[in-house]
Each structure stands twice: as C-alpha cells, then as structure tokens.
Design a protein around this ligand. Structure first.
Ligand SMILES: [Zn+2]
Ligand SMILES: [Zn+2]
Length: 342
C-alpha cells in the first residue's frame, strides 16, 4: 500500500500513506517526545547526528546498539512516513490514475532542546541545520528514482504537526510535483521571452522598497506584492541561484541570520503563530526546470474560504506594505538583540 493518486482533470497529487492508522495513532495523546535526547530509541537509527566537539563539527551515525548522544542536529527516517521505498502498490490508468508512493521521508530534528523554536534558536544552530540540510539534499539526489527533494517545516498544531519539537520534513518524489513544475515552466518561459529571470527583476524592484522586511549582504526578505495570506513573506538570495546546495558557507551564515531574525520578528508580531516554511528549490537533475530558489513562510492566522478553494481568488485583509512594516520593525529589533548577545 501507499498510493499516489492524480485528479481526473487537474495536475494534483494526493498521497494515501500505507500506515494511515499508525499516523492517526501517532498524532493522538502521546506525552513522550520521540525527538528529545534520551528518547532516541523511539525513532529509527540516526542517519546523521551532528556532534560538536571543541568547536569541530562531526557527522556521525548510529550503529547497532550504539546511539550517538549529545547531538546538535539529528536526522532519521520518519517512523510515520507518508512515502516509502518498499512499495508494492499497483499502477492504474486515468481516470483513476494511481502509482506507488515511492520515496524517502526523513526527519531533521533542528535542536536537542524541546522548548527551542526556529524563531529563537541561535544563528549558529540555524547554520548547523542548513549545513546538514545541504548534505541531505545532495545525498538524496544521488539516489535512484529521486527526481525531486521537497523540504518543509510544519510548525505548530494548526500547520500539520502534532510533534512540538522543532523539526524539518524532507520528502522525495520520483517526479517533479505539479506546483514546482509549473513554477519552473513559467519562469523558463519568462526568461525566454524577456531575457531575464522574473525573480531577479522582482528582487531589484523590492530592494529598499515598502515591502522589504530586511536585507543582508546576500539575501532579502519581503512581503510579496500580491501576498495571498496575511503576513506571508519570502526570503530570496539576491544573486541568481537555483538551489540551496549551491550556496557557500558564508552565504549559509547570512541565510541563518535572516531566517532567525525574520522568524523571531514574526513570532513577536503574531504571538507565536503556527506556520509553514517551504524551501522552493529547483529540481537538481533537470536543467530545463531551473528557477530562482527561495523560501516561503506562511503564518497560520486565517482559514480558506469558498472563493479561495473554489476559484483560486484570494482575499487578504492585510496589505503586504503594512505586514512588511510591522515584520521589518520586529526583525530589526531581533537583529539588534542577536548582535548585542553574540
Ligand atoms: Zn522533544
Ligand atoms: Zn534570478
């Protein structure tokens, strides 16, 4: 079991995991946190445990009977995966199209401290998370039947997770998901017609403008011109780049800084909202599907209406300029705190 079905008409994927009952059970009233240090037995073995000894980063992994302790970041295969490698589901054709939901589902635990969140971990810890993430994405792309690696954060019980401990989900697909496919196609078409990347143009338009939240040497955070949701924002590398694995260590530090300060600012302004954070990365094996990579952040403060679900027309009660001004002021205060402390 474990099926990926497609809509009769629209390009949409729906996954029906093979372990639906376990996922329901796992999400019930479990008081023990399986992602906390000391509870490593409740998850599969670590594929990577990042351990810092005298300032040196070591990438270790669990072996039989030996669980790596004192980790700073830990990655393992999800014990409630939405997608699996051993899959005997059958292929069926349209109109009832289905295929085995094949792939890897890994969990990256972003901090050993249960009560730390993405908005208050140190910049250094964010760097560690991003370095491990780069490694994971590279490794997954070297595997067979991995055409796309999706990376996302569900943070808070209103955004699809019941596990409070800060973590990142990494899920692979054997084909490029429709959203990414159409983003890449539109971007490509734009480049062909206009000779320039649409995101590079957007960045030069938004730089130092009324929707900018924060800018660092290499990145800019802004509230998009046509923001769909209240207080959504995006972080883009200023220089054209197609994926996270292609950026340098210096840029990683810069990204950690802007992520930490904008998420910290968002958490101040919106009082710790549940949120989704999505890495929109180009598929690395398809040269014709490259676009300017970025991160999108969606705080959960409103529900979808019929107009939005049925017609794709959104009503947003907060102008992006207003959102940017509040998020920007709060993010600048976070930076001052970080620089003051570190
Ligand atoms: Zn925990
Ligand atoms: Zn670009």
């Amino acid at each position: 079991m474990g099926e990926l079905r497609k809509d009769y008409v629209m390009d949409k994927f729906v996954i029906y995991p093979s372990n639906l009952d376990e996922i329901k059970k796992d999400n019930s009233s479990n008081t023990l946190c399986p992602y906390c240090p000391g509870n490593e037995n409740y998850t599969p073995s670590a594929i990577v445990s990042l351990v810092i000894k005298s300032g040196i980063l070591q990438r270790l992994s669990d072996s039989e009977g030996n669980i790596v302790k004192d980790w700073s970041v830990r990655v393992f295969n999800s014990n409630t995966p939405i997608i699996v490698q051993n899959n005997s589901s059958l292929y069926t054709d349209k109109p009832l199209y289905s295929e085995p939901a094949y792939g890897y589902h890994q969990i990256l635990v972003a901090t050993p401290n249960h009560n730390e969140s993405f908005s208050n971990i140190s910049v250094e810890q964010w760097c560690n998370v991003l370095l491990v993430l780069q490694d994971r994405i590279r490794w997954l792309y070297s595997q067979k039947k991995v055409t796309y690696v999706s990376v996302y954060i569900n943070n808070g019980n209103k955004c699809g997770t019941k596990i409070d401990h800060s973590h990142i989900d990494i899920v692979t697909f054997s084909e490029v998901p429709p959203f990414i496919e159409s983003k890449a196609l539109l971007s490509h078409r734009y480049v062909n017609e206009n000779g320039n990347c649409p995101s590079c143009i957007a960045i030069s338009t938004e730089l130092d403008g009324p929707r900018q939240i924060l800018a660092t040497d290499n990145f800019i955070a802004f509230s998009p011109w046509a923001s769909i949701y209240p207080y959504e924002f995006a972080i883009y590398p200023k220089k054209h780049s197609t994926t996270l694995t292609k950026i340098s260590q210096k840029e990683i530090f810069d990204l950690a800084m802007i992520l930490r300060s904008t998420l910290g600012g968002m958490s101040q302004v919106l009082k710790n909202p549940s949120f989704n954070l999505i890495f929109q990365l180009s598929p690395e094996k398809k040269n014709s599907r490259q676009f300017h990579w970025h991160i999108e952040i969606y705080p959960h403060i409103s529900e979808l209406t019929g107009l939005e679900k049925g017609f794709g027309v959104f009503v947003n009660s907060i102008l992006p300029e207003t959102a940017a001004s509040k998020l920007g002021a709060a993010a600048r205060k976070e930076i001052a705190k970080i620089v003051g402390v570190e």
